[in-house]
Design a protein around this ligand. Structure first.
Ligand SMILES: NC(=O)c1ccc[n+]([C@@H]2O[C@H](COP(=O)([O-])OP(=O)(O)OC[C@H]3O[C@@H](n4cnc5c(N)ncnc54)[C@H](O)[C@@H]3O)[C@@H](O)[C@H]2O)c1
Length: 250
């Protein structure tokens, strides 16, 4: 496949390495600020010759780039975060153009396996009242948000699946946890790329579901696989649909 990389920062470079390793050709590296990018703007000219664009840029760029994909007739995989408020606008641009656009805040296939396991275990716990469940996550000292988006997604799977947990508690409690509260705690320090654990605990034993990211390569691999997947598809597609399809989840 011929891929245009839009946003040639940390993730753009990861995508390039993964795409090359999977035998794809990079036709363009587009970024207004990266010194090693050949093009500064995602124009139809810069996208010319690409089968697909993979974008990890910044939220401000989302609409302009979507218009460029629409004009060029080039489908896109978009991992950029922080534009939930513009979803309807982007969907309208994509659907009018008849191209495909797969978007999501987490393209790591491993993280989605972790979510699926969390949901599966939460379902089982409806029949095992002696077990409690809680979540812990650890990230590097530079991370600005707590809890992580990944922890919140996992927590949401628990709340939706386990009838006796109704709300997420993300702060230190300084009191006993209520039975319907799901406690999610965050630690920050060092360079940890991301650790998430779900603990399922009874008086007799503990079961732990543990996801530990080693690098950003997992996000890039998911994005490149999504690019391979959308080749013959059309429409505005959330990453969950792509994951459900490739992992054959219900
Ligand atoms: N979905 C996922 O799985 C996932 C994983 C990691 C990061 N992210 C998100 O991806 C985005 C990029 O992350 P990063 O770590 O590579 O950041 P980064 O800051 O290293 O790179 C972003 C790049 O986008 C460039 N850019 C700005 N405006 C642009 C435009 N109009 N067109 C093209 N490029 C433009 C910037 O110059 C910069 O080089 C962020 O929104 C981040 O939250 C998503």
């Amino acid at each position: 496949m011929r891929i245009a990389i839009v946003g040639y920062g940390r993730m753009g470079h990861e995508v390039e390495a993964v795409a090359a390793a999977r035998g794809h050709e990079i036709t363009a590296r587009i970024d207004p600020a990266a010194p090693d990018a050949a093009d500064q703007e995602a124009t139809p000219g810069a996208l010319n010759g690409a089968d697909i664009a993979i974008e990890f840029s910044l939220a401000d760029a989302i609409e302009k780039n979507a218009n460029a994909y629409a004009e060029a007739g080039v489908s896109a995989v978009v991992g950029t975060t922080g534009w939930d408020d513009r979803k309807e606008t982007i969907a309208a641009i994509i659907n009018r153009a008849g191209i495909a656009y797969v978007y999501g805040s987490n393209f790591s296939i491993g993280a989605h396996i972790f979510f699926a396991l969390t949901q599966y275990v939460s379902g089982i716990l409806n029949e095992a009242p002696e077990y409690d469940i809680f979540l812990r996550e650890i990230h590097h000292a530079m991370k600005q948000d707590s809890p992580s988006g990944t922890a919140l997604t996992a927590a949401d799977r628990v709340i939706r699946t386990l009838a006796r947990k109704n709300r997420v508690l993300t702060e230190t409690a300084h009191r006993k946890i209520e039975p319907d509260e799901l406690h999610v705690t965050s630690s920050r320090g060092g360079s940890v790329p991301g650790v998430h654990s779900v603990y399922v605990d009874s008086a007799a034993d503990t079961i732990e579901i543990h996801h530990s990211a080693r690098s950003r390569a997992g996000f890039a691999l998911g994005a490149v696989r999504a690019a391979e997947w959308i080749r013959d598809r059309r429409g505005f597609i959330g990453v969950d649909d792509f994951i459900r399809d490739i992992l054959r989840l219900q």
